[in-house]
Design a protein around this ligand. Sequence first.
Ligand code: MG
Length: 293
Amino acid sequence: MENEGQYQDSKAKYDCLLFDLDDTLYPLSSGLSVEVTKNIQEYMLQKLGIEENKVAELCVSLYKTYGTTMAGLKAIGYNLDFDDFHSFVHGRLPYNLLKPDPVLRSLLVSLPIRKVIFTNADKAHAARALHRLGLEDCFEGIICFETLNTASGVDASDIKDGSEARVPSTSPSTDVFDFEEYMRQPNSDIVLPRTPVVCKPFQDSFEEVFKIADIDPQRTLFFDDSIRNLLTGKQLGLRTVLVGTSRRTTGVDYALESIHNIKEALPELWETNGEAEGVTYSRKVAIVINSLA
Ligand SMILES: [Mg+2]
């Protein structure tokens, strides 16, 4: 009977599964992420006029510093319009690289636990990707860019810091912060500008998600392909599942080569109660954006 307590404990351990979308619900090998990066770099070159030889490095360093390259571009002073950025970067993606995934679908549908998506991407991308994968009705809600940042361009600055300058999104970028200079001497007195964008891996985005989706982090499993996202989640009490490699690292409770391995790694998720059959959601509630905020 030694295991009984353990068994009961595992039965009641989780009441929500929080999933990243890109490179988590479909594999990196689909090639979609490479196309996203290409489009971001093309946007920086064509729309923002950033010098070609600086684009690749700036793209990476802004991503590392600000969570997403777009959040970084906004922070350093480019007056880009969020919708314009998303339609350029995601709107032109070859979504045919994503194939229906009936295996994952049946795994998700058979899971008797709440399932919510938390992605930094925009809602159109989330909807199209999930549609291609055949998973659009498998989630109770999708928390995406628009959920955490009010519509297009400037309003998001009010969410985080009222002192952020409000600049019309159509105005030309005038005073762009010299990020390269900052990277050359990150310990100098240069103050890094803040971004108005709320996104992973930062704590405030997770806290917002917990509120919006009524999530108790102590009772939630978080799946993501990004270690830094998992580390923030872990600090806030989530149990973490790294997807895309079976190698566990610090801050990671489970590691799955593929999301398809979820049942082998976490069979207890199917044991939470007896009502395991056919959990789907109507399309109407599948995409939950600002209405919940
Ligand atoms: Mg991802």
